[in-house]
Write a protein that binds this ligand. Sequence first.
Ligand SMILES: [Zn+2]
Length: 402
Amino acid sequence: MIDKVSLLYTDKYQTYNFGAQHPLRPLRLKLTYSLMEKLNLFKNERLTIKEPIMATQEQIERVHSSDYVSVVKRLSINPEDRIVKPYVYGLGPGDNPIFPGMYEASALVCGASILAADLVWNDDEMMVAFNPAGGLHHAQKNKASGFCIFNDIAVAIHHLKHIKKDIRIAYLDIDCHHGDGVQWLFYDDPNVLKVSFHESGKFLFPGSGNTNEIGEGRGKGFSINFPLLPGTSNRMFVKLFRYCVPRILEAYSPDLLFTQLGVDMHFNDPLTQMGLSIAAYKDIAQTLYTCNHDYCNNKWVAVGGGGYLMTVVPRAWSIFLARMLDINLPNELPEEWIQEVKKEVPYEETPYQLWDRDDRSEVQLLSHPEIAKKMIDYNNDLKKLCDEKYVPNILNGFKLTS
Ligand SMILES: [Zn+2]
């Protein structure tokens, strides 16, 4: 067994573009690829880079209504088409602006996640495949939501179910926003375990992801949510994650692990209020790597997700890829990449190190001990919930469903 790794990439990812004023900029993917290359990750013999192709309409319609798909197609050809009412489908000015070619761009992201799933499932030597353009977890059956037109994650999961009807998949989502689209699309499905860590819906879009959303019907007990307090620090997050994730994945023991690796919990992210630094993602990558090996059949499909700083996303995702390849990177950014960032995003603070240990949120908490205590108590309650409800729910759910 040589544990091969695959990265899904094409310059055509740049076509998923809502325009210059929109926070989700495809530039982050270009800068990610560039950093991975300059860190010499592509020289590793275990890695192959694969060029994805668009998903078929049939594959997309396993998740989305044909009605919605045809509306996206029409507007993709002619954004001015007003025979359809775009706002009924979540499209238009705001989060999900209409742009020419949006059907093809969205189908390509789905196709890349399908290819990632195929590679991992069908090649015994393939341990992990990573599609950084994927992770569009908010899209729903009949509508776009939160920068997501088609839900590439759900499309890829349905593709796997099409190959193996009773496949059991653990979906783990670390994006700062709740993975609502995936949760609702598989809410009654015990064969897809949905686990989401996110900033609490009390403070952030989309508002869902509370601890009482546990699934319905046969899927009861197979939706698990960790709504976190704003300002949660590296240390607090990592402690909770390291404690809960292995227990949950061990209890479920899936055929395949599917992770959404949004990195918008970073302390500087412009859309969120969490306190993580890139050092936390290093730790998370390690936990996922170990759990995949120990509890998930050594089959891991990874997709990207949120992250709205062009200087943060590439560093975090390079750390994930390096971990997948067992490479220990020095904490030094290649000079060429620093220059590239200075040129492309002069308004962002230039980074010089790969991971920032930044303990700003810890320091802030030290000066507010009463808030720190509240946060620690809150996270301890989540741990307790994991031990007393979430893990037993999975084990009991198996009895009910089998
Ligand atoms: Zn997000």
